[in-house]
Design a protein around this ligand. Structure first.
Ligand code: IPM
Ligand code: MG
Length: 353
């Protein structure tokens, strides 16, 4: 099969990690007889430099014309002084909204070979750590009205419609059915009206999934439980802002944010795939970045958008075998094994495929 993939390299280490990901996808194409055609487009600071705005219309059109999207990372100190409307981040928020990417899956999984990197006590992670944050991505306080009134006070409206909560809740329950059949819904229903809508809606949707266990936590408690006993979680479903915060926390308990992929999905199978980490401008262009989060994001793309499970497994197994052989990028290197750069890590994984 031939697949068209929009490639948004973005800023900082984005171009390097995406290049290694393409190497691995080309390995998959050779081994399984597929064809991946890449169509590059600009986003973030790179787009601001080239055309003055973080999300050119042409980029949106390229993405719409493709079967899926791979994104590197956006942002950097170079663009920090710009007004909110044209900051690189606006490109990311814009593309999520434009393409209706309403669910963001951020798995936090501890690789056995990297168990030492976990900052939690070993007894808290015996039997590993494997949860997924299912974050709503196109609603909430992120997209409500933003303004300042005459007194100079700032306002960000927080909104959730029942329909927005329903569709993410269904996604979370369906995801749980492919895992350990347990959903934890996280909100702040003791304080926020949006959260009360959230909770009531999740409760109603849950009735359609009697085979999935569900519980409800307030976000402050959930933040605490994530470090106290992270193994209690399977699928965490939550709103945009809470998911932003909890997914960063979840990523840290694996100890290796350089390993974590993510998928942002629309209705149907279309999706945008990107690493959880940012653009790391301090190490950009130095062959130090860990490409594995982006490579594993490509595996999620193969699985969720293209329905190519065996191909996705091939990438994940290749990453595992390279880690098991002791190869480490600088972010993972702790004095043992062999330290390698971005490009060599990509070569090793592509060869293992
Ligand atoms: C993320 C990021 C973005 C967000 C920023 C860069 C706008 O933190 O993807 O988690 O807040 O969603
Ligand atoms: Mg974030």
């Amino acid at each position: 099969m031939k697949y068209d993939i929009a490639v948004l390299k973005g800023d900082g280490i984005g171009p390097e990690i995406v290049a290694e990901t393409q190497k691995c996808l080309d390995g998959i194409a050779r081994r399984f007889g597929h064809e991946f055609a890449y169509r590059e487009a600009l986003i973030g600071g790179a787009a601001i430099d080239a055309c003055g705005i973080p999300l050119p219309q042409e980029t949106i059109e390229t993405c719409r014309a493709c079967d899926s999207i791979i994104l590197g990372a956006v942002g950097g100190p170079k663009w920090d002084g710009l007004p909110a409307e044209i900051r690189p981040e606006k490109g990311l928020l814009g593309i999520r909204k434009e393409l209706g990417l309403f669910v963001n899956l951020r798995p936090a999984k501890l690789h056995a070979a990297l168990a030492d990197a976990c900052p939690l006590k070993p007894e808290r992670i015996t039997n590993g750590l494997d949860l997924v944050v299912c974050r709503e991505l196109t609603g909430d306080v992120y997209f409500g009205a933003k303004y300042r009134d005459e007194d100079g006070a700032g306002h960000d409206d927080m909104n959730y419609s029942i329909a927005e909560v329903e569709r993410i809740a269904h996604r979370a329950f369906r995801m749980a059915r492919q895992r350990r059949r347990h959903v934890t819904s996280v909100d702040k229903a003791n304080v926020l009206e949006t959260s009360r809508v959230w909770r009531e809606t999740v409760q109603r949707v849950s009735l359609e999934y009697p085979d999935v266990a569900v519980d409800y936590l307030y976000v402050d408690n959930a933040a605490m439980q994530l470090v106290r006993n992270p193994r209690q979680f399977d699928v965490i479903v939550t709103s945009n802002i809470f998911g932003d915060i909890l997914s960063d926390e979840a990523s840290q308990i694996t100890g290796s944010i350089g390993m974590l992929p993510s998928a942002s999905l629309a209705e149907g199978n279309f999706g945008m795939y990107e690493p959880v980490h940012g653009s790391a401008p301090d190490i950009a262009g130095k062959d130090k970045a860990n490409p594995m989060a982006t490579i594993l994001s490509a595996a999620m793309m193969l699985r969720y958008t293209f329905g190519l499970g065996a191909e996705a497994d091939a990438i994940e197994n290749a990453v595992k075998s390279v880690l098991d052989q002791g190869y480490r990028t600088p972010d993972l290197y702790a004095g043992q094994g062999t330290q390698v750069g971005t490009a060599q890590m990509g070569d090793l994984i592509a060869a293992a495929i």
